[in-house]
Design a protein around this ligand. Structure first.
Ligand code: ADP
Ligand code: F6P
Length: 332
């Protein structure tokens, strides 16, 4: 294999650049020519494919987002779109593709694999919901970003003795809410996995007040009521529903903060830089060994290799005992 391409697709995630850099440098080291597909599968269809040199990937390790841009591209799901993509890959003689993205991107990768292209998937999404890996690229940074915001909100919540309902991203997944809520000592964490008990939230807010603490922090997953509004700040957002109920029942001054897309950006944490770097290098090794139609994962402190199907058919499962622990500490 002499020509390898790398693509970022779906929602961007901090650490994607680390993976792009590692793919490029490792593949160049192995004597390959490396290409970057711009704008996700849309760029594969339109042929926005550029050669990547070591210079092109210098000074990107610390940057959030993806230098290759990313899109959601419905056309790629069609037969016509796939044909166009195939043509572009054949035009440049690309034999192997590293797909950095979530389960949707992996579905696209699977289609390419069925058409005869060698593919390896790198799981990347702040939602951390991809099957086959305990950790997806970007999750660690997003949790720390959400935590930083919770810490800052806590300062003003304490000063004004208010209730803050903070909505975090995750689409239908609950990882950011649980991890940031646990790390941020939230009084209540509401996630889609568990039927929301708003009266219990009211009880905890009143309980905190009765014990002499005027403020409360409630962390809500955006997908709590099944319809994530993706930080679009509408009255339909989960946080508004929870916040309005709590305000009405407690009579306490309540503020709502939707963290939204700020959780998708920012300089990647050391964990995401190292994970992206290791994923990138391993993806090239997989392509060169010919062991493809695989996804990489991080499981039990090791880089793992599994069938691409794992990332599509399964979902990363949350350890609900963490929620029980958070609840126990919150009511004691
Ligand atoms: P993520 O990869 O983060 O899950 P999306 O679900 O938006 O993000 O998927 C990213 C892109 O992958 C889509 O815009 C589309 O181009 C491609 N894709 C998604 N689902 C499929 C599918 N079933 N078949 C082929 N391509 C798909
Ligand atoms: O999948 C990542 C994610 O940030 C979700 O947490 C969120 O629901 C969604 O993407 C937002 O999508 P968009 O950027 O298209 O609004």
């Amino acid at each position: 294999m002499k020509k390898i391409a790398v693509i970022t697709s779906g929602g961007d995630a901090p650490g994607m650049n680390a993976a792009i850099r590692a793919v490029t440098l490792k593949a160049l080291h192995e004597g390959c020519q490396v290409f970057g597909v711009k704008k996700g599968y849309q760029g594969l269809i339109t042929g926005e494919i550029v050669e990547l040199t070591s210079f092109a990937v210098s000074e990107i390790l610390h940057r959030g987002g993806t230098i290759l841009f990313s899109t959601r591209c419905p056309e790629f799901k069609t037969e016509e779109g796939m044909k166009k993509a195939k043509k572009q890959l054949e035009r440049l003689g690309i034999d192997g593709l590293v797909v950095i993205g979530g389960d949707g991107s992996f579905r696209g990768a699977m289609d390419l694999s069925k058409m005869g292209f060698a593919v390896v998937g790198i799981p990347a999404t702040i939602d951390n919901d991809i099957g086959g890996t305990e950790l997806s690229l970007g999750f660690d940074t997003a949790v720390n970003t959400a935590l930083d915001a919770i810490n800052k909100i806590r300062d003003t919540a304490i000063s004004h003795e208010r209730v803050y309902v903070i909505e975090v991203m995750g689409r239908n997944a609950e990882f950011i809410a649980l991890y940031a809520g646990l790390a941020g000592a939230a009084d209540a964490i509401l996630i889609p996995e568990v039927e929301p008990d708003l009266d219990e939230v009211v009880f905890r807010v009143k309980n905190a007040t009765a014990k002499g603490r005027g403020h409360s922090i409630v962390v809500v997953a955006e997908g709590l009521f099944g319809n994530p509004m993706s930080g679009r700040n509408t009255a339909e957002s989960s946080a508004f529903k929870v916040g309005n109920y709590v305000m009405e029942k407690t009579g306490k001054d309540t503020r709502i903060t939707i963290l939204g897309h700020l959780q998708r950006g920012g300089s990647p944490s050391a964990t995401d830089r190292i994970l992206g770097t290791r994923f990138g290098a391993k993806a090239v090794e997989q392509l060169l060994s010919g062991d493809t139609e695989k996804m990489l994962g991080w499981n039990k402190n090791e880089i793992t290799v599994a069938p691409l199907q794992e990332g599509i058919g399964k979902r990363n499962v949350l350890d609900l005992s963490l929620l029980s622990l958070a609840d126990l500490l919150a009511v004691t």
